[in-house]
Design a protein around this ligand. Sequence first.
Ligand code: SF4
Length: 70
Amino acid sequence: MPRKLRVSVDYDKCTGVGACEQVCPEVFFMNDEGLPDVLEEEPHATLWAAALRADEACPEEAVILEWVEE
Ligand code: SF4
């Protein structure tokens, strides 16, 4: 069954450290408020590995990754 990755941020947990953007700037962009915007909510498969690294790099466990069946 094909699946896709859905990316979001729990802004209640996020402290704006920015590790997500450093690891995966294609998906995360630190905005003027110092919080990460999600540029690609359903990133292409070529970005999945970087998105997973961003999840691991986030010190607050604020990156939310969900696998969705297509
Ligand atoms: S690494 Fe985590 S805590 Fe830091 S800005 Fe990204 S989502 Fe927020």
